[in-house]
Design a protein around this ligand. Structure first.
Ligand SMILES: Nc1ncnc2c1ncn2[C@@H]1O[C@H](COP(=O)(O)OP(=O)(O)OP(=O)(O)O)[C@@H](O)[C@H]1O
Ligand SMILES: [Mg+2]
Length: 150
């Protein structure tokens, strides 16, 4: 039997993580893990930015919870796909593959505008994509990285 795979999907908001993660989970018969639900369930929101309508999450606490989830699925010999722009902060030893989603800046701007985010939040997300923040952090964290353009 094939070793269960732990795949994380990271990337700037609206670059297509959820779309890719769900598609891959279906294809590989893996369990899709929605980190937003994990954050809610385990109350991992530290602060709420009212102006930007954004939750600030404690990444150390999130990592602890995600590692527990990973171990549970490894014991069950099941593959999982973890969907979050915070997933690349997981230590490399728990992760087989890190997918980083990217899209053109034009598309990203259209997708973010559609969401009616605060102008500052759109700017911050555009900058994050221009600077490849998720990709660079994933590489710095020594993940095995695969870039997927949506
Ligand atoms: N491969 C694709 N082709 C066309 N449109 C796409 C593709 N992937 C994503 N999109 C569109 O881009 C938007 C954002 O996609 P998605 O919700 O998957 O992004 P996300 O990275 O999960 O965002 P968030 O970080 O907010 O959860 C959606 O409207 C989706 O339909
Ligand atoms: Mg998503």
């Amino acid at each position: 039997m094939k070793k269960p795979q732990i795949i994380i999907v990271t990337g700037t908001p609206a670059t297509g993580k959820t779309t890719i993660a769900k598609r891959l989970a279906k294809k590989q018969k893996a369990t899709y893990i929605d980190v937003n639900l994990v954050i809610k369930k385990y109350k991992l929101v530290d602060k709420y930015d009212k102006k930007l309508k954004t939750n600030i999450v404690d990444v150390n606490k999130l990592n602890k919870v995600l590692i527990k989830i990973i171990k549970d699925y490894q014991n069950k010999k099941q593959s999982i796909i973890i969907d979050s722009h915070l997933s690349h902060y997981l230590p490399k030893k728990y992760v087989d593959l890190c997918i980083v989603t990217k899209c053109s800046l034009k598309k990203l701007q259209q997708r973010l505008n559609k969401r009616k985010y605060h102008q500052q939040k759109i700017r911050e997300n555009m900058d994050a994509e221009i600077l490849d923040v998720c990709l660079l952090e994933a590489i710095l964290n020594k993940h095995k990285v695969k870039v997927v353009t949506t």
